[in-house]
Design a protein around this ligand. Structure first.
Ligand code: DCP
Ligand code: MG
Length: 443
């Protein structure tokens, strides 16, 4: 009896040790303004807004005496918001300026009424980009699974990183904040939660220099009281539509009948609104090294005719499919969308693609799908180039997970477009060095 009990305890402790999914969202504090304040430390703590044109005086000083000279410019010499005339808009404001109600996207003249004494500085994009690269590389040295979401924000997968589970992720979040501060002297705010959707909301809870931890069980107390607009993806238009339905908070959205949401917003958005209000989000971290597509293409030695050179074209086509299949298999991916690309003798390009019901890396299946695409293009003109592309990729593991849980499939877009900067693996080959072996006659 006692030994059976001991066995159960050990099973439970093994289960408890399995890490739970912890995703962080990190956003730099008053990013453009903070970068400028590094250059002008004499302005620290003062209200500063970013906007307007470049200051020529600083450029001259910078050129003549170097970066360090800038910190000796007296505070009284900086241009003030009250003296600004024009139609410029504020890009961002320091936290001292925000206390006056000044913020991003506000007209400078309007902001001048709220905080006339604010100092106006221009943005230096090159410097901002340099710091953006620096804080991101600091993160990936500690936590390699990072998704770049723009100039000053990233998602980070904390799940398997040391410290990523301790205190819900707070220990790792603190470490990353410290490392970024040491590398850049800039501060950031981090939210850690079970998924991207909640992490993004959490990073705003304690700005600036904040860390917020959200657990699944916090949904009702921390998320439901918030306005729907706080959900990343609900813009002003959707928000207005929700308000018209008397839905103001995320809690009210969670309580709304999904059928009503689907009626008003369509099947996919309606279902998503419901899922989001319940804090559900399965999107994974998309790192830059993950490809969005893999393709092979061949430029012919001489232009080929779809009828006269049918056999040669068929062989080349099959060979391209075989190579795409081999690329996918070698790198551990499967694809759902297969496309073709033709360049005609007049250099005009035609592309077609087709999305299958399931994922594949199989050469014959890719060939069959590509063949269907081929039926949908004009083949009267001679061809210079032929290409085959596989996209909507998943790793084999991801695809297997979906197969084991079919209802999950809709929630896992293979790759997002938008700001995810993924690499495309495209290897051009020359038909001369690329003797086709198969004898296919589809052309
Ligand atoms: N930005 C912009 N135009 C906007 C909003 C922002 O050019 N309408 C730029 C300036 C910001 C940077 O993008 O510094 C990052 O945007 P955030 O929304 O993260 O704003 P901040 O980092 O400035 O402030 P916060 O501390 O609230 O994140
Ligand atoms: Mg920011």
């Amino acid at each position: 009896m006692a030994s059976r009990y001991a066995c159960r305890v050990s099973e439970i402790s093994t289960l408890a040790a399995a890490p739970i999914r912890r995703i962080a969202h990190l956003d730099m504090d008053a990013f453009y303004a903070s970068v400028e304040l590094l250059r002008y430390p004499q302005l620290k703590g003062l209200p500063v807004v970013i906007g307007g044109a470049k200051r020529r005086v600083d450029e001259a000083l910078l050129a003549a005496q170097g970066e360090r000279a800038l910190r000796f410019i007296p505070v009284t010499e900086f241009p003030l918001l009250k003296d600004y005339v024009g139609r410029g808009v504020i890009t961002t404001a320091s936290y001292a300026a925000r206390q006056f109600g000044v913020g991003s996207a506000m007209g400078m003249m309007k902001a001048a009424k709220l905080c006339p004494q604010a100092i106006v500085l221009p943005v230096d994009f090159e410097e901002v980009r340099r710091y953006s690269r620096l804080f991101k590389s600091t993160i990936t040295e500690i936590a390699p699974l990072m998704e770049d979401r723009g100039i000053d924000e990233v998602y980070i997968d904390f799940t398997d990183v040391p410290g990523g589970q301790r205190e819900g992720g707070r220990v790792l979040a603190r470490l990353i904040q410290k490392a970024i501060f040491e590398a850049t002297a800039l501060t950031c705010s981090i939210g850690v939660a079970p998924n991207k959707l909640l992490a993004k909301m959490a990073s705003e809870f304690n700005k600036p220099q904040g860390i917020s931890i959200v657990y699944e069980a916090d949904l009702e107390s921390k998320i439901w009281p918030l306005r729907c607009r706080k959900i990343n993806g609900i813009g002003p238009k959707a928000d207005a539509n929700l308000i018209a339905l008397n839905i103001q908070t995320i809690g009210e959205l969670a309580a709304a009948d999904p059928a009503l949401l689907i009626r008003h917003f369509g099947k996919s958005t309606g279902a998503w609104l419901h899922e989001a209000a319940w804090g559900r989000d399965e999107r994974h971290i998309v790192t830059e090294s993950e490809p969005v597509s893999m393709s092979r293409e061949t430029t012919f030695e001489r232009d080929l005719d779809a009828v006269r050179d049918r056999a040669a074209l068929g062989k080349i086509f099959t060979e391209l499919c075989r190579k795409v299949s081999a690329d996918l298999q070698r790198k551990g991916y499967v694809a759902k969308t297969i496309g073709i690309k033709l360049r005609y003798e007049d250099f005009k390009i035609a592309t077609r693609d087709l999305t299958a019901d399931s994922y594949t890396a199989d050469g014959a299946t890719i060939r069959q799908l590509a063949g269907q695409c081929l039926k949908r293009v004009a083949l009267q003109k001679k061809l210079r180039l032929l290409g085959v592309r596989a996209s909507t990729l998943l790793t084999v593991e991801q695809a297997q997970a979906i197969e084991n849980d079919p209802k999950d499939a809709s929630k896992r877009p293979a790759k997002q477009s938008g700001r995810a900067q993924a690499a495309t693996l495209s290897i051009a080959s020359n038909s001369q060095e690329d003797p086709a072996q198969a004898t296919d006659q589809l052309f």
